[in-house]
Design a protein around this ligand. Structure first.
Ligand code: PRX
Length: 632
């Protein structure tokens, strides 16, 4: 038995030896020639020369030994469906899907945008892409047409895959309709759209010659056996767009071999899970947690994965625990917001089911407050593990690692740096390391470990500029989070250093929301800030200046305009970005050089001291913010 500290030290001191050992957890069609090539800092290339395939490692590899084991359980409390796929059946479904993609001309290196609800076919589509060496980019269903169009223009896909509709709270939500709108806006619209029709949107219109029905095309490929396309370790497996400081989302590019090894190792060392067990991750396939811990990692590890379409409280707040009991879930992964939602319900639901199979509940995506952590841990009588990571890293950066050592946990802390990550807390001005209990920027000394983003899609310069140029003094990866390490070595995350906010675990850029607000023709200027919220962690609040103040002169006009602006955000960005409030002011607080003082606005709204205001252009602007907030 080793300790997590020794394990971590070994990974940092001898990365090649360490990761060479981990690489044995997966299958290579051709061995790699070098574990790590760091000849072009800060780009790290892992397992160069090696050939492998994510789909092979998640599915084909297990068919011989686990052919009859369930690989995927699809549960929809929206449609009442429940379907199981053994590894063998999943293999067939993916081969059929891959054959359809081949028929449509999808080849190695082509991009495919997947805009789909939480249905089994979404997973088949993702696997089919990587099987062929094509690069998928899954866009979260909550994003509206204009956001989808921006991603289409960046990824320039050969094909789009969608569904007629998703379902939420018993209501059908059109997907294909949004794709139609997005394709009108996009400059690089693909020629074909493949549709998995669930029969939920009877009014779905089809574009002749462009729109194709998956079920029809599949008929010719029911028994297809499509060989895996072996790709070089560094070839991209997928692009996943995420928000940053600017309005333009970044395409996080993931490699193949490094990601594969990182995920396989994480299941063993971090999640402490065993092959043959069941993992239930409650995220969405459109987010990184869904990619890593619904779609890929559990299957790479020979587990059963659960794909759940529905709400945590429908038909009642016991649904997730019922799933744990029925499917003997050993490893569960959810978000603090989801637990806060459950906390408002009758606690009896938690004692109603037999949860003895459950080993750990992992939570991530946003800060886990102590009352919520205590509540769920007491209710479950199981370890609740807070862990911290990002779309960019692809797998945890700070975590307890019960697969290595069962360390005590502290509430509010995601514990320690994970092996492979040389984490430092640095002073934001001097880039020097801070001492215990001092606040610093959470940074990682390169090379980044396997699994982390290899670059920003199509833009190496942006990768270096965004992630490695925070400190002029030294080239380190910055997470853009503030953190602190206590005297016992436990880390605590204190919030972002940039203009990114976290709404119910969903990461959004305030710039993106501001641009969506400004899509309303009446708006001249706007500032959006994230404000603390009991349930969602943070919610966006907007302060807008209208071009013609007479349009918001009365209270009735203001509330009508507020509704219009919210609708504009729904339409442009998606409902996830909708501000909780839109206040109207005639002036925004800015520095003399014209920079928005978002932090001061945020402080005022949260009832805190707005901080140093010596650079403000006109103090009256802050007074307007205060009065607007007081008026409610
Ligand atoms: O600010 C941190 C917060 O979420 C950001 C990353 O969000 P995203 O790219 O969507 O990836 C989520 C993957 C789990 C981080 O920069 N965050 C994530 N986990 C935690 C967290 N904040 C506090 N505690 C966490 N455990």
């Amino acid at each position: 038995m080793t300790t997590y500290k020794e394990f971590h030290r070994h990974s940092i001191e001898s990365p090649e030896q360490f990761w060479g050992e981990q690489a044995k957890l997966v299958e290579w069609q051709e061995p790699y020639t070098r574990v790590l090539d760091y000849s072009r800092p800060p780009f790290s290339k892992w397992f160069g020369g090696g050939k492998t395939n994510l789909c092979h490692n998640a599915i084909d590899r297990h068919v011989a030994a686990r052919g009859k084991q369930t690989a995927l359980i699809y549960i929809s409390t929206e449609t009442g469906e429940e379907k199981r796929y053994t590894y063998k059946q999943l293999h067939q479904e993916v081969c059929s899907f891959a054959a359809v993609l081949q028929e449509l001309g999808v080849k190695r290196g082509d991009r495919v945008i997947i805009y789909m609800p939480m249905i089994a076919e979404a997973l088949f589509a993702m696997y089919a892409c990587v099987r062929l060496g094509a690069v998928h980019s899954v866009v979260f269903g909550g994003f509206a047409a204009a956001s989808l169009a921006a991603r289409i223009d960046d990824a320039k896909p050969k094909l789009m895959i969608t569904s007629d509709a998703g379902m939420r709270g018993g209501k059908a939500i059109p997907y294909k309709h949004l794709v139609d709108e997005a394709l009108k806006l996009a400059e690089h619209a693909p020629k074909k759209v493949l549709i998995v029709n669930r029969g939920l949107d009877r009014e779905m219109a089809l574009v002749h010659g462009r729109d194709l029905d998956y079920a029809e095309l599949k008929k010719a490929h029911l028994k297809a056996d499509v060989p895996v396309v072996w790709v070089e370790s560094g070839e991209p497996s997928y692009i996943l767009y995420t928000s940053g400081t600017t309005g333009k989302p970044k395409g996080v590019q993931r490699d193949t071999g490094g990601y594969l090894v990182a995920l396989a190792a994480s299941m063993k060392h971090i999640y402490g899970a065993q092959p043959g067990e069941t993992m239930f991750t409650t995220s969405d396939i459109g987010w990184v947690v869904g990619h890593s811990y619904i779609v890929y990692a559990p299957l790479i590890h020979g587990m059963t994965t659960i794909l759940y379409e529905g709400l945590p409280i429908r038909p009642d707040a016991g649904i997730w625990w019922k799933i744990v009991q029925e499917h003997k879930v050993s490893t569960m992964f959810s978000s603090p917001t989801a637990i806060r939602v459950l906390k408002k319900q009758d606690p009896a639901y938690l004692s109603k089911y037999d949860l003895s199979s459950l080993r750990y509940l992992f939570l991530a995506g946003e800060p886990l407050d102590e009352p919520t952590a205590r509540w769920i841990q007491d209710a479950l009588q199981r370890p609740v593990i807070d862990h911290y990571w990002q779309t960019e890293t692809g797998w945890p950066l700070l975590s307890a690692m019960p697969g290595i050592e069962d360390t005590a946990r502290k509430f509010g802390s995601p514990s320690f740096p994970v092996y492979g990550y040389n984490v430092k807390l640095l002073k934001d001005d001097t880039a020097e390391e801070v001492g215990a209990n001092e606040k610093g920027v959470v940074a990682v000394l390169p090379p980044l470990p396997p699994g982390c983003l290899s670059t920003v899609w199509g833009d190496d310069e942006r990768f270096v500029k965004t992630y490695f140029s925070f400190f002029p003094q030294r080239q380190v990866y910055t997470t853009f989070d503030w953190g602190i390490r206590d005297q016992d070595g436990y880390y605590f995350i204190l919030g972002r250093t940039d203009d990114v906010i976290n709404v119910a675990g969903h990461r959004l850029g305030t710039r993106e929301i501001e641009e969506a607000v400004q899509s309303h023709a009446a708006i001249a200027e706007v500032a959006v800030v994230g404000v603390a919220d009991q349930l969602k962690g943070q919610v966006p609040v907007a302060f807008a200046v209208v071009k013609d103040p007479s349009k918001v002169a009365s209270a009735a006009q203001q509330s009508a305009m507020e509704k219009e602006v919210m609708d504009a955000v729904d339409h442009q960005l998606g409902a996830i970005g909708r501000p909780a409030r839109v206040h109207f002011v005639t002036l925004l607080p800015k520095t003399r050089s014209g920079k928005l003082l978002r932090r001061s606005i945020q402080a005022l709204v949260e009832g805190r001291d707005p901080g140093d205001l010596t650079t403000i252009e006109d103090p009256a602007a802050l007074e307007q913010i205060s009065s607007a907030v007081k008026r409610g």
